[in-house]
Design a protein around this ligand. Sequence first.
Ligand SMILES: Cc1cc2nc3c(=O)[nH]c(=O)nc-3n(C[C@H](O)[C@H](O)[C@H](O)COP(=O)(O)OP(=O)(O)OC[C@H]3O[C@@H](n4cnc5c(N)ncnc54)[C@H](O)[C@@H]3O)c2cc1C
Length: 487
Amino acid sequence: MTTPEYDIVVIGGGLSGLSCAYTLLKEGYSVCVLEQGHIVGGAFQSFNRRGARFDTGFHYVGGVRKGEMMYPLISYFGLDNLPWKRLSDECFLELSVRGRMFRLRNGFDNFRNDLVKEFPDEADGIDAVIAVLRDISDHMYDSLALDWNIIDSDWFTTSAYEFLQEHIKSQLLRDVLCAGAFTTELTETLPLYSFAQSLASFIQGSYRMSGGGQRIADTLASEIEALGGTIITCTKVSSFALSSDGRIEAAICGRKRFTAKQFVSTIHPTLTIGLIPETPFVRKIYRKRMAALKNSVGMFTTHLLIRKDTIPYRNCMLAIHGSDDLWHNSFEAQDPVREMLVNFNLQEREEPFVRDIDLLTPMSWDAVKEWADTVRGHRPESYEEFKQKKARESIALAEQYIPQLEENIERIWTSTPLTYRDYTGTVEGSAFGVRKSSKNLMGTMLSPLTPIDNLFISGQSMTLHGMLGTMMSSIRTCSIICKKRIL
Ligand SMILES: Cc1cc2nc3c(=O)[nH]c(=O)nc-3n(C[C@H](O)[C@H](O)[C@H](O)COP(=O)(O)OP(=O)(O)OC[C@H]3O[C@@H](n4cnc5c(N)ncnc54)[C@H](O)[C@@H]3O)c2cc1C
């Protein structure tokens, strides 16, 4: 048998693949990352059009500064010197809900006091919510202990929906508390932890990145190369080669083979299992379970290039909730655009006016399924018409909150769940990977271990998504590989 080329091959060069590679290199392994795209980043990729920079996935994140929730990760991954832009402490989020506007301030105390002022009868419930947010922000890293077990945690076995129903009487207040709803999918079984972890981090402090998500991905990639790691782009893993003892010998990419002692797959788990040839080491029931995983909703994004010096830059996010029931929403083709997150993209050079704006609205896979077999660049006219209709609806909704928006649009580009599927390989174009459920933790919160001895999984589909969740999941996988707590 020939000596494997690397200690570890990582499949996928999105945030998780890069985080795993960086961590494993720091732990002394030799690592190679294989990425199908021509650049790294996955949903952290940005793209340039006519001198403006748009983001695909990542737009904003919470808790970056020292003392805030994500700082230990930011510091570990060497991202603390990047040009983070803190959103306004006086209003990090403008929120439209049930026809009313709320301007949310940073800090647990400010957040609590502002809500109690608006909803004086709900003080006890608000305090119960704030207590959970504080608790999770203080103890989030406990989950990185090697002996941590998800089913022992009430934060995971309780659903956010049930928790809010129990503690908050006012529907309006419950909706206001869903301020972070665009960075997680609201379903009745969304674990309280997933909901509270992102909300808590945004309340501590919200940030954009000058240069977009790509800057984060590129910084990690440079560090990986500086640590002696290898990143190979335009290289899609199509299968694994197994040895007779049921271990993976190589990742196969066309005619190339990449051999390693261990493999970490950060692509969607359903796709990962599809890479393993038939073998008695992987039981049918496991394959069936992975194939049946339900996915979170996708996104339709309208990227707008704005005429110079027309629309002022806003240093806050704008979230619009137009539906009556945020927890049971439908995002099918026929449903009008009602829910939207508006991001005023930050350019490399700070300007008083915005040059590009992204309008993000949830969209189900079913809405684009009829074009699933078509190829990028050759989709039929009906798909273009559908995208134009959704873009018009999105702009009309945003115009209600951004005066003169429509007349100042220079160019429009759009992306659908189909676009995300084709660029990042996420199944059904889902924005946040596998849908997690407090009622089925073992089936939806995946372990880094697989039936194949030397294959581990990571990525947003494991336990948590978003920058915070994906980096946490990556550290967890690496801790298991290294058999020691890393952070
Ligand atoms: C529209 C949208 C908005 C979002 N907004 C935010 C936000 O504001 N803040 C935030 O924190 N998070 C946000 N997220 C979520 C965040 O972007 C993701 O949780 C995170 O990027 C997931 O990283 P990942 O590495 O797990 O997956 P991905 O980014 O999907 O990376 C997987 C990588 O694997 C590659 N790949 C797939 N198959 C193969 C193969 N066979 N061989 C080789 N390579 C392969 C893909 O090309 C991709 O680069 C958003 C996501 C979306 C879609």
